[in-house]
Design a protein around this ligand. Structure first.
Ligand code: 5AD
Length: 350
């Protein structure tokens, strides 16, 4: 196992068979070796800095019906909300004052947020905060739409591919969602110059080790600037309510593998990781993650953005909990910084 880990660190890649072997890692000693290597790689590139992103969940209306997701259109128990432009601007103001320099507007695929409406909101945020980055996470859109959003000032876009394997994709999503279109979106985003994020759920229903190996190969090829992964957590009002959750342990292993595979990537310790285990986020950082995304959404709406059961919304992942989060990071030797936190690539280093 250690030879495989060393090889991954050195070559920043493995064959599919090697990935499958590595993913079978289970001895504590090997896992410690992997986590430690990944942590050192991130420390060599990003130091002890942790970047924060202010997450603004702008709408939980969604036209899609993904089997795993709590805000799927058929979940009529979800209380729907949509933020106004002024509410979004207020979130940015509050976030800016306490040190956020990236705003992430995330939402379900809500037809209300047309290109014109988004362009207006993005331009206004850019005008008010020229020193901030804008990240969007609004799902699949047309090439032309992405182009307009980029031109208006959006810097980054998050769109998890969820799984590379089309058969597996079709077990997680209804027929109307086409895995090829999702990949088209990701390639468009890269081409248009967005810092692009992708990722998967760890332990999603029907996921095999081979699927994850394919995901790793796809990620290496796409070369995304950001990689978001978290455990699958079942949601009670979805078709997947009876499936087992993914685990913290396998998520931490994958974070470390991703750090060695894509050394410069911005990798968050996600809310799902913090939800599955109270120490999840700290452990994510210690396994090689370097980003945390606290919630800036209005308090009254946060509980409505329930992608999965018990999603955290008012502890250290919230804006009110920022001081607590700072302390918990200091406790493990890391420091939250006021910084846009762009992707860096230093030549000849790694
Ligand atoms: N468990 C974990 N993650 C989920 N997501 C959606 N539903 C769940 C769930 N039940 C993730 C998806 C999506 C991101 C916004 O949230 O990967 O891309």
């Amino acid at each position: 196992m250690k030879e495989l880990i060393d090889k991954l660190e050195k070559e920043k890649n493995l064959s599919k068979e090697e990935f499958i072997s590595l993913l079978k890692i289970n001895k504590e000693e090997d896992i410690r070796y992997l986590n430690e290597k990944a942590k050192n790689v991130r420390d060599n590139i990003y130091g002890k800095k942790i970047f924060i992103r202010g997450l603004i969940e702008i709408s939980n209306y969604c036209k899609n019906n993904c089997y795993y997701c709590g805000i799927r259109r058929s979940n009529n128990k979800a209380q729907r909300y949509r933020l106004t432009k002024n509410q979004i601007l207020d979130c940015c103001k509050e976030g800016y004052n306490i040190g956020f320099r990236t705003f992430v507007m995330q939402g379900g695929e809500d037809a209300y947020f047309t290109d014109d409406i988004m362009v207006d909101i993005i331009s206004e945020i850019k005008k008010n905060y020229p020193d901030c980055a804008i990240t969007l996470s609004l799902g699949e859109r047309s090439t032309e739409s992405y182009r307009k959003l980029k031109k208006a000032g959006a810097d980054r876009y998050l769109l998890r591919h969820e799984t590379f394997n089309n058969k597996h994709y079709n077990k997680l999503h209804p027929k109307e969602l086409d895995p090829e279109n999702r990949k088209r979106c990701l390639r468009d985003l890269k081409k248009l110059g967005f810092q692009t994020g992708t990722g998967i759920m760890v332990g999603s229903p029907y996921q095999s080790t081979e699927n994850i190996a394919d995901d790793l190969i796809f990620i290496k090829e796409l070369d995304p600037e950001m990689i978001g992964i978290g455990p699958f957590i079942s949601h009670k009002d979805t078709p997947f309510n009876d499936f087992e959750n993914g685990t913290m342990e396998s998520t931490l292993i994958l974070i470390s593998i991703l750090r060695l595979l894509c050394p410069y990537a911005l990798i968050p310790a996600t809310t799902a990781l913090g939800t599955i285990n109270p120490k999840g986020r700290e452990k994510g950082i210690l396994a090689g993650a370097n980003v945390i995304m606290p919630n800036l959404s209005p308090k009254e709406d946060r509980k409505k953005y329930m992608l999965y059961n018990n999603k955290l919304s008012d502890g250290e992942e919230s804006v009110e909990g920022l001081n607590k989060l700072k302390k918990s990071m200091l406790n493990i030797g890391y420091e939250i910084v006021v910084d846009k936190g762009d992707y860096i690539k230093i030549k000849n280093n790694y």
